[in-house]
Write a protein that binds this ligand. Structure first.
Ligand code: HEC
Length: 277
């Protein structure tokens, strides 16, 4: 991917300094404030629509498509899968609070027993394993459909990721934050370079979305994939674009990155699944 950048964006680079000592709550405030100042005409909740909050032309095409969303069938299949009992007669609902309805906004969560981040997809597979079923592959297929259905039951609920007051939870958050701001790949870009500093500008023909709101609408149906994919699959695409090596889905690094990114979007409405280019 060729990236065209204006020289004056380097001024913006200086404007965003990363405070390594800040608490997650302070980080979130600074993060959200940065975007609301940069895009002062856009309501905070609108960032849940990703690039379509910023790019008017792309938005009208996208809105036209949403009359018949391309993920409709997959979403229905997801509901069916979710409600199909396992061989032992139990259901997915038995593994989750509130029978798995309207809980998407609380994920990823931090499990203080195991000291690890639990994403919704991980919890889905752990539910299967607990019920003597094989785990599903993580990036696409049935797991994305089930996750999409679960997300749809949280439509409009505010992202509500919490960080328990333990050393381990904080360090998982910090690791995610560090990955986000560290440069990767042969092109030597950080996530923040494109989705914070250059957000709203073009990389080739695509407008770059804000990192704020990036987690609210997953899994996403990408026209490029012709299918639903999970957030970790999307992380792969960005890493490949900057010629970095993608990581395993549900690796500690990806989970921590998701934890950080989701926490930054606390308060923004869940609106998944969604469609993207
Ligand atoms: C060279 C620029 C670039 C870098 C670096 C980059 N991305 Fe992206 N990313 C894009 C482009 C282009 C898109 C598609 C347009 C959009 O939605 O921003 C995208 C899309 C995304 C999306 C999907 C947004 C949506 O609404 O569906 C996520 C999530 C994402 N990037 C996360 C990351 C993360 C995490 C990193 C760091 C590992 C990263 N990106 C690094 C260019 C970049």
């Amino acid at each position: 991917m060729k990236i065209f950048l204006n020289p004056f964006v380097f001024i913006a680079l200086i404007a965003v300094t990363v405070n390594v000592m800040a608490t997650p709550e302070e980080d979130k405030k600074t993060f959200q404030q940065f975007y609301s100042e940069r895009f002062s005409n856009i309501d905070l909740d609108e960032f849940s629509n990703g690039v379509y909050a910023l790019d008017k032309d792309a938005r009208s095409q996208w809105e036209a498509m949403s009359d018949f969303p391309p993920y409709e069938d997959a979403l229905e299949e997801g509901e069916e899968l979710f409600n199909t009992p396992f061989e032992n007669g139990n259901h997915y609902a038995s593994c989750f609070q509130n029978d798995g309805q309207n809980i998407r906004q609380n994920y990823p969560l931090f499990d203080t027993q195991r000291n690890t981040v639990v994403t919704l997809e991980l919890a889905i597979n752990e539910c299967r394993i607990h019920n003597n079923e094989q785990p599903l592959p993580y990036k696409k297929g049935d797991i994305a459909k089930i996750s999409a259905y679960m997300a749809s039951t949280s439509e409009g609920s505010a992202t509500n990721v919490s960080i328990p007051d333990t050393k381990e939870a904080l360090s998982a958050y910090q690791a995610g934050k560090q990955f986000f701001y560290t440069k990767h790949g042969q092109l030597n870009f950080s996530c923040a370079n494109c989705h914070v500093q250059y957000a709203g500008r073009k990389a080739r023909s695509e407008t770059l979305s804000t990192a704020l709101g990036q987690t609210t609408h997953f899994p996403v149906y990408r026209l490029k994939w012709e299918a639903l994919g999970t957030l970790h699959r999307r992380f792969d695409s960005c890493l490949i674009n900057i010629r970095a090596t993608p990581l395993e889905a549900q690796s500690e690094t990806y989970k921590n990155l998701e934890y950080f990114l989701s926490y930054m979007s606390n308060g923004l409405p869940i609106n998944g699944p969604a469609s993207r280019k």
